[in-house]
Design a protein around this ligand. Structure first.
Ligand SMILES: [Zn+2]
Length: 434
């Protein structure tokens, strides 16, 4: 006990020294915004959002078998090496991204001190890794950190699209993060982050992004180290997570079943005072998940600790959509210099190595290859649309060809499932038809 006290004292002491030396302006905590409002009049975006919600619900009911390796190549575009009085350099960015990976993997130091009510629903994504690219779009070695002169405003809707696209690295190969101090070019330098949900039109335009304030990266958060996980919050949005409070208490609130309704009204509430404390409560007098990365209070109040399992499933679903799925394909990891991080091929997703489905996404024609082992018995292949309708069905016998081609070109573009019924059970692959 005494040891713990001494350690606490030491940390506080260091923090005091550190704050005296360098302290950025405190952030405007209620400032994280996402793209939904801005794009709500875009009919293509609305249609895609709707389809993605249907896909996500369907995905959650499937047993997606593991063995995947979701490495996401990341590039940070940095606009100014001092932001809000704080340094923004390679070491700061490497630390900040490391913190994001820790949060996604449940390796954050306070992961085990989550409130009792939420311990059992903590969700992690151990096979998802955000990694700085090691090859640039020209195939040259890179640190994955690209420095530019100071600029502002890249979170300001579509007003800066040309400049953003000019600086972007191919959105289908890299996750692009823009680090600047004044996100909206309104002379406010205390906004922390702005993220955009998956959108093929943005990826097509090379404007998909997170915009983040360098003053609040990783160890720059001297006044509250937990605020560094605000970057994890933005990564959550990039993988289609909604704020836990965005839908209020009305269904479907945040479209995640295991996060309690949260009627956040803009006033501040504190984190759970202890693992058994029963505050704060929501409109139904149930405890809210204040320690969730997609809430707001965790950063400011020092209790960002967890995603839920439902949120992890929603993010896994987002990894399958056209604007995200190409990033983690093995061929792209080769192109971005990250193939050493994955030993599996990029065919999406392989669960036992005996079956391959490609290309995915497809323009209409897909191939499924089996090896002798998978053809020990007759098997059935079905292609199913989002509404559950079987649009193709084949029976493959032991003496059949080990490779079948399926022409889906007359079907509408969108998300489908390929169900392969084997003797040991059904395996399901998401398929994107372009
Ligand atoms: Zn947010």
């Amino acid at each position: 006990m005494k040891k713990r006290f001494l350690l606490t004292y030491f940390v506080l002491f260091c923090l005091t020294i550190s704050m005296t030396a360098q302290t950025p302006e405190l952030p405007n905590n209620r400032n994280c915004k996402v793209s939904l409002d801005m794009q709500s009049t875009d009919s293509v975006f609305i249609k895609e959002r709707k389809e993605l919600e249907i896909f996500t619900k369907e995905f959650a009911t499937k047993e997606m078998q593991g063995g995947n390796c979701y490495v996401i190549p990341v590039v940070f575009h940095v606009y100014g090496t001092t932001q809000g009085g704080m340094p923004v350099n390679d070491a700061i960015i490497i630390d900040a991204l490391d913190k994001v990976n820790q949060d996604f993997h449940g390796l954050n130091a306070d992961f085990n001190s989550v409130h009792n009510n939420f311990l059992a629903i903590r969700g992690t994504m151990p096979d998802v890794v955000f990694a700085l690219a090691q090859k640039d779009p020209g195939g040259n070695p890179t640190t994955g950190i690209d420095y530019h002169p100071v600029t502002a405003g890249y979170a300001n809707g579509s007003g800066y699209d040309l400049a953003i696209a000019a600086d972007a690295w191919d959105n289908y190969k890299y996750m692009n993060i823009y680090v600047m101090n004044d996100l909206f070019n309104d002379a406010v330098t205390t906004n922390s982050g702005y993220a955009y949900y998956p959108s093929t039109s943005m990826s097509n335009n090379n404007t998909a992004r997170i915009v983040y304030n360098g003053a609040y990266l990783g160890i720059n958060c001297t006044w509250e180290p937990e605020f560094a996980s605000t970057l994890s919050h933005e990564f959550g949005h990039w993988l289609n997570l909604i704020h836990t409070f965005d839908g209020g208490c009305a269904n479907p609130n945040d479209n995640v079943a295991d996060t309690p309704p949260c009627d956040y009204l803009g006033s501040s509430y504190l984190c759970h005072a202890s693992a058994s404390s029963n505050s704060p409560l929501n409109c139904n007098s149930n405890l809210i998940n204040a320690e969730n990365y997609m809430d707001y209070c965790g950063g400011q109040d020092g209790c960002y600790k967890m995603f839920t399992q439902g949120q992890a499933t929603r993010m896994y679903a987002a990894l399958q959509v056209p604007s995200r799925q190409p990033l983690w394909q093995f061929s792209n990891l080769v192109a971005t210099g990250l193939d050493h991080l994955c030993s599996s091929s990029g065919i999406s997703p392989i669960e036992n190595g005996h079956i391959q489905l490609y290309p995915n996404p497809s323009n209409g024609l897909i191939y499924i290859e089996f090896d002798d082992l998978s053809l020990e018995n007759e098997l059935v292949v079905e292609v199913q649309d989002l509404l559950g309708k079987i649009v193709r069905r084949y029976t493959i016998k032991e003496n059949s060809s080990k490779k079948i081609g399926i022409d889906l070109s007359e079907h509408q573009a969108g998300i489908y499932f390929v169900n392969i019924h084997l003797k040991e059970g059904t395996q399901t692959y998401p398929l994107i038809l372009q």
